[in-house]
Write a protein that binds this ligand. Sequence first.
Ligand code: TPP
Ligand code: MG
Length: 704
Amino acid sequence: MAAPAALVSRLPGHAQHSNRQPDWKQVAYLLHVSRALDDIEESKLLPERKVLYQFSARGHDFAQILLGLHLTDPHDGVTVYYRSRPIMLSLGVALEDAAAGPLARTGSFSGGRDIGVVFNMPGNGGATVLPACGGVGAQYTPAAGWAQAIRYRHDELGDSSYARSIAVVLGGDASAATNGFWSALTVATTLQLPMLFYIEDNGFGISVSSQLQTPGGNIAANLRSFSGLTIIEGDGTDPAEASELTARAVSLVRDRRAPVLLRLTVPRLSGHSGQDTQAYKSPEVVALERARDPLGKLHRYLVPGVLSESEWSRIAAQARSDVEAAIERALARPMPDAQQVSRYVFCEVGPDGKLELQQQGGLAPEGHVFPSGSLTAHPENTRINMLTAIRRTLDVELASNPRMVVFGEDVGPKGGVHGATLGLQDKYGVERVFDTSLSEEGIIGRAVGMSLAGLLPVAEIQFRKYADPAAEQLNDCGTMRWRTHNRFAAPIVVRMPGGFFKCGDPWHSQTNEVAWVHGVGWRVAVPSNAEDAVGLLRSALRGNDPTIFFEHRAMLDGAWARRPYPGDDYVIPFGSARIVRAGTELTVVTWGAMVERCEQAAAASRVDVEILDLRTLSPWDKKAVLASVEKTRRCLIVHEDNVTAGFGAEIAAVLAKEAFFNLDAPIDRLTMPDIPSPHSPVLLEAAVPNTERITQTIQQLASV
Ligand SMILES: Cc1ncc(C[n+]2csc(CCOP(=O)(O)OP(=O)(O)O)c2C)c(N)n1
Ligand SMILES: [Mg+2]
């Protein structure tokens, strides 16, 4: 039986909550729906092992529902966490989907690929729920990115429909101790972004008291003197108070276009998850929490003044039967198709030959069409270095793509510590080319949020090693398409210089490009010269998957890497290796700064060497490598990254299987040993493959 329309006026485009009094019948209905879902899962579906991971929202539910009912702007963006099902209900998630998620059935928001309460919901005319993450704190910086994109689309792209849109992030008390929280707080307050931090303080992070998350246990109290932030706090279980505070907080952000933190205290009435017995809570604490149950308080608040007892009971019964019916329908859905488990890591071409685009994220779903590229270089007369090649490509793409933004530490007036963005802020303005706060999590998380809001963020990480603080955001960005079953993707481009430059050191000279290949969902380019840098960067900037663009420091101004500029439309498809030198006796597979050294070594070796510059590692040109090795019957892989589980190991494993009968010698690797990059040039010379050692290894391998 479907609920009466009056009770479930579904978003998008449903009841506007411009006045401060919510539709109490609707609130009561949604609260009963949320409770019924929790109850049936806890008492039946979890014990029956139909739901494997249960997160009850009892106690948090009431205030979340109120908050969600205010998020009616079509460009509102919400990032949620695992205890956020109630707000999903008030944002209009289909009940059957809400039930099917925890049952890991087809359809729904992840097709059984992610935990059922890790939600996402494309906007489709209502608020967008950005893909949630299991990692606590990961929700914050993408919300800041969404907020910045709202401002960009309004101010820079002139879209007045963003005039009152806001970003909202939900988090628990313990999440306020995470890097992501502080990073997003810095971004939102320094830039004065329209962003609401909604903290649901239940006093616990699983079993750990909020006293250990922030001194005194109250993040709002501690942030009272934080500049540029309005603090509101109160009781998330009291109907009048919670409804007034959620309304006030949302309108403040909408009106003032500035950040607000709303902290509501709520009880967590069940264990952290279905497995948690709450043995760490005293009976007194449990009793106090029960006494604060917002369901009981709402009952007392509404009955008999607003609703009669029988109306209240009818709403409860209706909610229960709607949930039971939705669970029945969800249980009748098929299990996910095991044959499909590897699909949607990257954007795929469907059976009809067309791209199967994500519903939201990046430029493609909004119909953006890039100018057509050329696979042929039209070289100019003079050679330019790789740095100029990168800068010029960014310049050309910024000029033709108003949705592209370039940012990172020092990329503004200074033009980047390597100089790649020199002059671009002057030309394109501070909204399009800008400095960021020193938080790599903030840079990447913000890029993800901006991408989900339909922009093309191009982030610079100053040095490869300094991507480490952004590891979580990078990881979650890469997996997004897969875990949302192709509903969302965030095709961002991350430029990062690394590798040695005259000397090395453990901080600025790491390559470790294999980490991105091993991570899911990233395309990885490692150009060795200026021409390839142009073609690969343009491909990345016009692509539809997240891309790491690794800029080798030794090649940025290296004489060997200087090439004629190949033209404003030159593109190189990913996965196409370049034959640097053709030969018949031995194949060298390499990339990045090692290409130059291999070329010199090959010339010195007096062996007829074929050199392949892979140019991209994800995808890598397996076909070209196999074809070359089939011809030469010998293969040496040379890379700067460490030996163990470096990308050479992958190539060797593939050759061992697919070229076994074509090999006349063991596959060899010449790489750094398993150490950080050393500073002294003497030590560096001993660690990084040099021309002399490459020559010797070529000669040895050729004579086997
Ligand atoms: C980065 C990270 N560390 C640890 C965990 C395991 N974990 C899941 S929830 C949680 C506690 C979070 O508490 P809080 O933010 O207060 O939210 P609540 O569950 O109380 O609503 C922890 C430690 C995680 N998911 N992510
Ligand atoms: Mg908590």
